[in-house]
Design a protein around this ligand. Structure first.
Ligand code: KG4
Ligand code: ZN
Length: 337
């Protein structure tokens, strides 16, 4: 089954064709980063307008890359939640138009389910059940992937998402948008251990996370250095910050795996591209004797191939939308708003 997938939930306009949930026939991404860098973050209206301008060209180039014509497709999938509503609506409306023209089913895909499915594309052996850490710009969850379309959140952040924490810390350090990847690069240039950062825990909830104290610590260090006229060692702070985030995320994941009896764990979402996090997860998995699955770097950040992968399993489970499908800004992975 060949599914054309559309992803426009944030600042990437993406289109891919995926066969049977596991084989990527083509994947095209137009990144809007230069448009938003000027403002230090994603500007929703600029994102929607850029999707509107690019969606046809991105889709055409994906199809051209694979040598596939529209009538050869079996279905069209689209990210409908969560994300920026104006941005999502471009993809949803475009997907509906294609479905009407081609008379093919429309498959709605939850963005975070898509991030998890990125792991299926890279790892043919990976099948549910497994425990997954999902860390993106808007989400930090530990969840049980009980089946391809059945999820249970067992841990979550009480405040910022991990990606948000990286982006905010990066901003304090004066790094350009997108901050997470810049923090990663800067951290790689320094040793760790110079700055002592807090390790916030959520009392009574061993799988939950909290990043606001860590973010405040970075803000305070920057202010204190400024007031005293001292030079902040930005690379060392980036390294210690990244190490602390990796420690928080990985330790929670493996405590959850041990308590819930999972032998297979995975990590997905934009922050799963972080080099310190990947190293730490690999080390902890080896120490615990668990199998760890990570997406390759190009599938960590937003793309449409992951949406096409998840769409196959949604379709198999009977999740097909009618033409009243709407975009939803905020929606849990289990479909609860
Ligand atoms: O999954 P994603 O592309 O978009 C959302 O669904 O939110 O994740 C984007 C987030 C941003 O906060 C970005 O700064 C972060 O992932 N990110 C990273 C890295 N690459 C992307 N954070 C830390 N290290 C990275 N290498
Ligand atoms: Zn994402």
């Amino acid at each position: 089954m060949k599914i054309l997938a559309i992803e426009t939930s944030c600042d990437e306009t993406a289109c891919a064709v995926v066969e049977d949930g596991r084989r990527v026939l083509c994947s095209a991404i137009f990144s809007q980063i230069p448009d938003h860098r000027l403002y230090g973050g994603v500007v929703p209206e600029i994102a929607s307008r850029a999707h509107c301008e690019q969606i046809v060209a991105v889709t055409s180039s994906a199809l051209e890359e694979a040598g596939i014509t529209l009538p050869e497709l079996d279905a069209v999938a689209v990210t409908y939640a969560p994300g920026l509503v104006g941005a999502l609506l471009v993809g949803v409306s475009f997907a509906k138009g294609l479905c009407i023209t081609l008379n093919k089913p429309l498959i709605p895909v939850h963005h975070i389910r898509g991030h998890i499915a990125a792991c299926y594309l890279a790892h043919p052996a990976l099948k549910p059940p497994f425990l997954c850490l999902v860390v993106s710009g808007g989400h930090s969850h530990i969840l049980e992937v009980r089946n391809y379309t059945d999820f249970k959140v067992v841990g979550k952040t009480r405040d910022d998402a991990a990606g948000e924490a990286f982006d905010k810390a990066a901003r304090v350090l004066g790094l350009p948008y997108p901050g997470g990847v810049e923090m990663d690069k800067l951290a790689a240039t320094s040793a760790t251990g110079k700055y002592r950062l807090p390790n916030p825990k959520v009392e009574g909830h061993p799988f939950d996370l909290s990043f606001s104290g860590l973010k405040t610590a970075v803000v305070n260090l920057a202010h204190n250095a400024e007031q005293k006229g001292e030079e902040l060692d930005k690379a060392a702070l980036a390294a210690d910050f990244s190490e602390r985030v990796a420690d928080m995320l990985s330790s929670r994941l493996f405590v959850a795996a041990a308590q819930l009896g999972y032998k297979t764990v995975a990590c997905a979402g934009g922050v799963s591209a972080n080099s310190q996090l990947r190293d730490r997860l690999e080390r902890d998995a080896a120490a615990a004797g668990l199998s760890l699955y990570l997406p390759p770097l190009h599938l960590c950040v937003d793309n449409a191939a992951m949406i096409g992968a998840q769409a196959f399993y949604e379709y198999r489970a009977g999740n097909v939308a009618d033409y009243s499908l709407n975009a939803v800004a905020s929606l849990g992975i289990d479909g609860v708003e």
